[in-house]
Design a protein around this ligand. Structure first.
Ligand code: NAD
Length: 348
């Protein structure tokens, strides 16, 4: 399995592998760039089909974190970690503790946080092994009802981003009657569904995990749809909120939505798919810009946490996206390319 010649290798500063015999932990940490600060990023647990699939994911995700932090206006770098395993069956306290020790072994160049397949409880377990854990609420915040889970802020940021995209593409300010298809109604997608429903949008939802769909149907009046049709529905917005690479040769031609705006990381299977979306006249909200709410929230976590400050920072996601959409329209260049250029001007 090549690393330095891997197609997703992008001058990453560190790529570390760990096997822990006692707990069965198999994990990779990648630190992409620490020019603006420590490499912060979530720990994803997923039953990857191969080691190479896990490496590909961690290289891409960590790079995305550098770009995300830069455009979110945070003094942080980019990193990410993956645990190879099924979170529903393979996760044990010993495995998470071993992951905490792995994080600690990098001496602070990587700061771990929650991601798909890991929870705030897992972060607390890791925090017993290392101080390099982000986004943990302190005792006062917990007493005030906060958990340290970044998903609510991520969902709110995506909602704000959808508002900006709707304004840019459809020329309207309210979301009443807006038709949105959400792929994945987990921690972020489920909350996004709630915001959209409160704003009067009509929802079509799908998920691997059926109870999550049933909940949206029951509580929000959403339509539950099979997983393989969600990207081809006749809706205004397609919101990918599950896994990456959902915008690919196959799916882009099926899209009927005029906007793609969702929480999932690395939505474009290849950079060329950014161009394919532009050619089809679909407005794409670059993933790492619209889903930055989580790292913004993590940045402010601590004794002086102030919701109004966080929410004001989340609103900036909408402003940044509007800038990107305007540049894209002016230069007739894809939005992802414009966002990359803006981020690189900040972190390079
Ligand atoms: P989650 O695990 O809580 O939710 C993801 C949901 O997607 C799950 O319910 C899962 O069953 C479902 N799913 C997986 N594959 C699917 C498929 N092929 N079709 C339909 N559903 C599928 O994760 P989350 O925290 O909600 O994160 C969702 C996405 O957003 C991930 O890509 C994550 O990296 C990204 N993200 C999350 C945050 C955060 O704060 N949690 C921040 C930034 C980005």
């Amino acid at each position: 399995m090549p690393v330095f010649t891997h197609p997703e290798f992008d001058a990453h500063e560190q790529v570390c592998f760990r096997f822990d015999r006692a707990s069965g932990l198999k994990a990779i940490i990648a630190v992409h760039n620490t020019r603006l600060g420590k490499g912060l990023g979530g720990c994803r647990m997923w039953p990857y089909a191969s080691d190479d699939e896990a490496l590909t994911d961690v290289l891409r995700l960590s790079r995305g974190m550098t770009y995300k932090a830069a455009l979110a206006g945070l003094p942080q770098g980019g990193g990410k970690s993956v645990i190879i395993g099924d979170p529903r069956h393979d996760k044990t306290p010993a495995l998470i503790q071993a992951m905490g020790r792995f994080v600690h072994s990098l001496g602070g160049s990587y700061v771990v946080a929650e991601d798909s397949g890991t929870s705030v409880a897992d972060m607390r377990l890791m925090a017993a092994e290392t101080p390099y854990v982000g986004g943990l609420a302190d005792a006062a915040s917990i007493a005030a009802g906060r958990t340290g889970d970044p998903s609510p802020a991520t969902a709110l940021g995506v909602f704000i981003g959808i508002q900006a995209a709707v304004r840019a593409k459809l020329g309207r300010d309210d979301l009443k009657g807006l038709r949105v298809a959400i792929q994945g109604v987990g921690n972020v997608g489920g909350r996004l569904a709630r915001h959209l429903s409160e704003a009067g949008a009509k929802l079509w939802v799908t998920d691997l995990h059926l109870p999550a769909v049933e909940r949206c149907v029951r509580e929000l009046g959403a339509h539950g749809v099979p997983m393989d049709v969600v990207q081809s529905l006749d809706v205004d917005v397609f919101a990918p909120c599950a896994m990456g690479a959902v915008l690919n040769d196959h799916s882009i031609h099926q899209l009927k939505a005029r906007i793609v705006a969702g929480a999932a990381n690395n939505q474009l299977a290849r950079p060329k798919h950014d161009h394919a979306l532009l050619e089809r006249g679909i407005l794409y909200a670059p993933d790492y810009v619209i889903n930055a709410g989580g790292i913004i929230d993590i940045f402010y976590e601590g004794p002086n946490y102030d919701e109004a400050t966080v929410n004001a920072h989340l609103q900036r996601i909408g402003h940044t996206l509007t800038q990107i959409f305007e540049h894209s329209a002016r230069e007739k260049r894809p939005t992802g390319e414009i966002a990359d250029r803006m981020a690189e001007a900040i972190f390079r």
